[in-house]
Design a protein around this ligand. Structure first.
Ligand code: SF4
Length: 218
């Protein structure tokens, strides 16, 4: 069977040992999952225990919360693609280290290049800072659209943060409402059903990229 370029990339990472996370207790590389033609990607930080066991990003409690939040924005998992910045579980769910991010980040960028999403929603500080390439707190930039060169970035809090700190949940829900407003404004009316295409990926009609709003980064 001929592999797609995305499948080839996944295959090339199955036994990846490019950074030390390969030797720190991972069960498997968690590449990403979802619709390879998605116009919307979600990017988290790194696999946790459940993700490491199952080989999929965002399973377990954080995944369930993400599914509920996606539904509130009119989205489902089969419409989007989900990946993490780091593909292997850091021990004891510690934060990724800079050398691990630098080593693994090119594979996220390749995923983005192959999927060509118009919108990338980063979940939490790590993913946001990695794709914005600058240190900026998530609370300063969340729920806003940043027009980067190849896609629009829409940072959101990480669902796991709302599980750990219940007071963040209303904010996260509110931010997904803003995501829905953004999607409603930028989604073309659905085309008549075409049974030969992968179903239901929303068609985003985002205006041509504008410079990132640098003033927000201080
Ligand atoms: S985290 Fe990334 S770079 Fe490190 S071993 Fe896993 S796939 Fe390779």
């Amino acid at each position: 069977m001929t592999l797609t370029p995305l499948q080839e990339l996944a295959q090339s990472l199955v036994n990846c040992e490019r950074c030390k996370l390969a030797t720190l207790g991972r069960s498997q590389v968690v590449f990403g999952v979802g619709n390879p033609q998605a116009s919307i990607m979600f990017v988290g930080e790194a696999p946790g225990f459940n993700e490491d066991q199952k080989g999929e990003p965002f399973v377990g409690a954080a995944g369930k919360l993400l599914n509920d939040l996606l539904a509130s924005a009119g989205l489902s998992r089969d419409q989007i693609y989900i990946a993490n910045v780091i593909k292997c579980r850091p021990p004891n769910n510690r934060d990724p280290e800079q050398d691990e991010v630098e080593t693994c980040k090119p594979f996220l960028l390749q995923q983005i290049k192959l999927i060509q999403p118009k919108l990338v929603c980063t979940l939490g500080n790590w993913a946001t800072q990695t794709l914005l390439e600058r240190k900026v707190g998530i609370t300063k930039v969340k729920a806003q659209a940043f027009h980067l060169k190849d896609f629009v970035l829409f940072p959101l809090l990480h669902p796991a943060a709302a599980l750990h700190q219940g007071n963040l949940l209303p904010t996260l829900k509110e931010d997904f409402k803003k995501l829905k407003e953004f999607l409603d404004k930028n989604t073309k009316p659905a085309e008549p059903a075409n049974t030969t295409q992968t179903p239901t990926a929303p068609v985003l009609n985002i205006e041509s990229p504008q410079p990132a709003q640098m003033d927000l980064f201080g």
